[in-house]
Design a binder for this molecule. Structure first.
Ligand code: GTP
Ligand code: MG
Ligand code: NA
Length: 457
């Protein structure tokens, strides 16, 4: 039969859930990668994106769909990994707003946890369909491993203790969801996918249920979202990261949710010192199954169709701000309109950040990580007097020196996931400004606490 892949775009699936439920590991299993091993502190602190092409989905789901008439019509899946740590609710929110379908990952040993509930609320607000992956089944009492096997077959292999443990925990978790007004059912028993949310038990370590998860994502998006996946030329694109890449200079990582990006396009985006208009000099993509946020060998493309994670190289991207939309202008008039739009969005976002006279200065790599850091400091009741995005320079130190008069204990800069240049370091040491650097959000809080203890004495 002739495929209609040229009409559908790839669905975007966001993986959401409480910290350490196994979101990244599940993707590692699908990608045969080791992204989680390389994460600072084993936690995800950025949004990631990976493209899973159809041939790979065909291969991995073959054992599940044996005998069914199922045909894959989407060109592939773009999966978005999100952080589960409580500070990153802004990135979960961004992930859930980018996605067509979500995977809510729940640790079968823990059931619903705070960020499971938070993610659930986000999905409910957006009316986004989702499946529940009940992960870590390999930890069930007496579980017999059957690597990468469809879950029903894996369950048939189990003895009484594992079955008993599985059923008790499953019932309990179904009840927890029911208490939140959500009906759930194991996907192979689910007769009504619009009333009951599918559950698929998985193990990211041994791979049981992982083929089922992929199968479900494709079959559900095709069944429920055919209209939403109709390809549209209208560009929808969000900047995720601004990164230095050897040989390409400063690049931006974007998620293209709709439309087409072409090499040579005039792009407009928000910048720290005003909107940026530049030419997309090269469009780079990681190979299929490679995570966009991890350093990779990139493949050059003349054009890229949604949905994809893309790295764009071009001039003047150093001051780009991540977390905002990117536009393509076809005329000088469009360029003006988009510049205003980009400027307004950034202003609104920065104006929404409340600062006080006496407080620490904070600096982060992206708008997303800045928001996460601020949220974290808010819960820790640490006041903030100034914010900035990007590397710490001398002028950031200068700005902080005012705290020496206002309240010396706040004369410090908390730098999250950004470099501090040598000049700034020297200058800070001379002026008595402390700079705390960390690539894990809660380590900043630890160093700051220690500092507060010291200044008290
Ligand atoms: P955050 O991104 O930090 O929210 O965590 P995450 O949900 O991505 O979880 P991650 O993949 O980092 O896994 C957390 C821990 O659980 C790691 O130590 C994994 O090895 C372990 N883990 C993940 N999945 C499984 C699983 O299926 N079985 C077992 N036994 N351990 C798992
Ligand atoms: Mg993770
Ligand atoms: Na983790």
């Amino acid at each position: 039969a002739k495929r209609t892949t040229d009409k559908l775009r790839s669905p975007i699936c966001a993986v959401l859930g409480h910290v350490d439920t196994g979101k990244t590991k599940l993707l590692d299993k699908i990608r045969r990668s080791h992204v989680q091993d390389g994460e600072a502190g084993g936690i995800t602190q950025q949004i990631g994106a990976t493209y899973i092409p159809t041939d790979e989905i065909e291969r991995q789901t073959a054992k599940v769909k044996k005998g069914s008439k199922f045909e894959i019509k989407v060109p592939g899946l773009l999966v978005i990994d999100t952080p589960g740590h409580e500070s990153f609710s802004n990135l979960r929110s961004r992930g859930s707003s980018l996605c067509n379908m979500a995977v809510l990952v729940v640790d079968i040993m823990h059931g619903i946890e705070p960020q499971t509930a938070e993610s659930l609320e986000m999905l409910r607000k957006r009316k986004a369909p989702f499946v529940i992956a009940l992960n870590k089944v390999d930890r069930l009492n007496g579980w017999i491993r059957t690597p990468n096997t469809p879950i029903q077959l894996a369950l048939k292999k189990q003895k009484q203790p594992a079955i008993q443990d599985f059923e008790t925990r499953l019932d309990h978790i179904k009840l927890q969801f029911a208490e939140r007004g959500i009906n759930t059912e194991l996907y192979w028993k689910n007769k009504n996918i619009r009333e009951y949310v599918n559950i698929v038990p998985t193990s990211a370590h041994t791979g049981e249920g992982v083929p089922d998860l992929l199968f479900l994502l494709v079959s559900l998006t095709q069944k429920m979202l055919a209209k939403a996946l109709a390809y549209s030329e209208e560009l929808e694109c969000t900047v995720l990261e601004v990164k230095e890449v050897q040989g390409y200079g400063t690049t931006i990582d974007v998620i293209l949710t709709n439309g087409t990006l072409r090499e040579g396009d005039t792009i407009v985006l928000g910048g720290l010192e005003g909107p940026i208009v530049t030419t997309a000099r090269s469009l780079l993509m990681p190979a299929p199954l490679k995570e966009l946020r991890v350093k990779n060998a990139y493949v050059l493309h003349k054009e890229v169709r949604a949905a994809q994670g893309v790295k764009i190289a071009g001039k003047n991207l150093e001051k780009a701000v991540a977390g905002l939309p990117l536009y393509v202008a076809h005329t000088p008039e469009e360029e003006e309109v988009y510049k205003e739009e980009a400027e307004r969005l950034l202003e609104d976002t920065l104006n929404a950040i409340k600062t006080v006279e006496k407080g620490v200065c904070v600096q982060a790599s992206t708008l997303g990580s800045l928001e996460a850091l601020l949220e974290f400091l808010r819960t820790e009741k640490i006041p903030v007097s100034a914010v900035n995005i990007g590397p710490v320079h001398r002028r950031d130190v200068t700005r902080c020196t005012i705290q020496l008069q206002r309240d010396p204990k706040y004369a410090c800069i908390l730098a999250f996931d950004v470099p501090v240049d040598a000049d700034a370091k020297r200058y800070a040491a001379r002026e008595g400004i402390r700079i705390f650097e960390a690539d894990i959000i809660y380590h900043l809080e630890e160093s700051f606490r220690k500092h507060m203890e010291e200044v008290k004495q």
